[in-house]
Design a protein around this ligand. Structure first.
Ligand SMILES: Nc1ncnc2c1ncn2[C@@H]1O[C@H](COP(=O)(O)OP(=O)(O)OP(=O)(O)O)[C@@H](O)[C@H]1O
Ligand SMILES: [Mg+2]
Length: 322
């Protein structure tokens, strides 16, 4: 297998909270192959966005990165100084943040917002060169060049999301992290935006991390899926294996909540309450909701282990296939 384009090792992030420390990301490791589309799914509060921000070292107080290392093409991001890291955002790894389509600057034209992103990253271009570059960029995300002169309120939701993708890819990053890029859009527009993201990913030869709730969308888009629960990865496997033979009881519950792949399933309907991160149970965090939990699960936190297939799972009860 070719070398990982992105490698995350034992990443840990916490938020200080008056009632206790919230361990939002608790020892997460995974890697991304070149051109791979990797999904991160898990219910609300499981730490998906925190992980995305931590990869880019964009965690602010009360949040804190407690540990872990991140490598992009073998370069350790966690060792870069603030300025080097700033330059690497967008150029190396680009984030389309959760809710970004609603955080476009309402009083600035789209073209100017892209120009600012380019300028921010040291691309000192003359106005005509800049305009030409933006006019070339917009069609790659399915927008007409004249969108450059428009304000966000003149765009539909889908167009705004495309503009956010344009900003993210303007420096041709190696990795794109898209955090719930389509959750505010209706189904038809969602598919169109995902198709655009897929095309952009292929054209750039980038790897993508798609963060989301929607298992149906994941099944259509990603090659491999990581399932997060209470700040940890509990299963990582090729999407086909996740859908047809999920190994973790939580993954099984998620897949069972999918009516069928043609119908859209959301991460709902799992019995029991999502855990309170600042007061996690001992042992496996999922055990209070788990139909097959035994004594060991109440005592010992399971580590992510290989199943002898392409997948890994963190469950005492999941057996390795021979
Ligand atoms: N700025 C913050 N201050 C304090 N706690 C935070 C902050 N951001 C996130 N958290 C806590 O960290 C945990 C993980 O949050 P995060 O936003 O990463 O989850 P998520 O999986 O992205 O959820 P969603 O699906 O709702 O976007 C939650 O318990 C949340 O309350
Ligand atoms: Mg989130």
């Amino acid at each position: 297998m070719s070398r990982a384009v992105l490698e995350v090792r034992d990443l840990r992030v916490s938020y200080a909270h008056p009632l206790g420390v919230v361990r939002a990301v608790d020892g997460v490791s995974f890697s991304l192959a070149p051109n791979e589309r990797f999904g991160l799914a898990g219910e609300s509060g499981s730490g998906k966005s925190t992980m995305a921000l931590a990869i880019l070292r964009m965690i602010h107080p009360p949040g804190h990165i407690d540990g872990g290392r991140v490598f992009l093409d073998g370069v350790e991001l966690s060792a870069l100084d603030r300025e080097a890291m700033r330059r690497l955002r967008l150029a190396g790894i680009a984030l389309v943040p959760q809710g970004s389509m609603n955080s476009l600057n309402p009083v600035m034209r789209i073209g100017q917002q892209i120009a600012d992103a380019l300028a921010d990253h040291g691309e000192a271009l003359s106005r005509p060169v800049l305009d030409a570059r933006i006019a070339d960029l917009l069609p790659t995300v399915g927008l007409r060049p004249d969108v450059a002169s428009m304000y966000p309120h003149e765009l539909s939701g889908g167009m705004k999301q495309r503009a956010c993708i344009a900003i993210a890819i303007c420096l041709r990053p190696r990795v794109i992290i898209a955090d719930e890029p389509t959750s505010a859009l209706d189904v038809v527009v969602q598919r169109q935006v995902m198709a655009t993201l897929a095309r952009v990913q292929r054209d750039l030869g980038a790897a993508v991390i798609l963060v989301g709730h929607d298992m149906g969308l994941m099944a259509q888009f990603v090659d491999r899926l990581g399932i997060m629960y209470a700040g940890r990865l509990v299963e990582v496997a090729p999407i086909g294996a996740i859908v047809t033979a999920p190994r973790h009881p939580y993954t099984r519950a998620l897949v069972a909540s999918l009516p069928s792949l043609e119908h859209r399933g959301r991460l709902q309907g799992i019995p029991g309450l999502a855990p309170l991160l600042r007061d996690l149970p001992r042992g496996c965090a999922f055990h209070p909701r788990c139909p097959i939990a035994g004594e060991r699960c109440r005592q010992e936190t399971p580590a992510l282990r290989s199943l002898g297939t392409d997948g890994t799972v963190a469950c005492h009860a999941a057996e390795a296939t021979p």
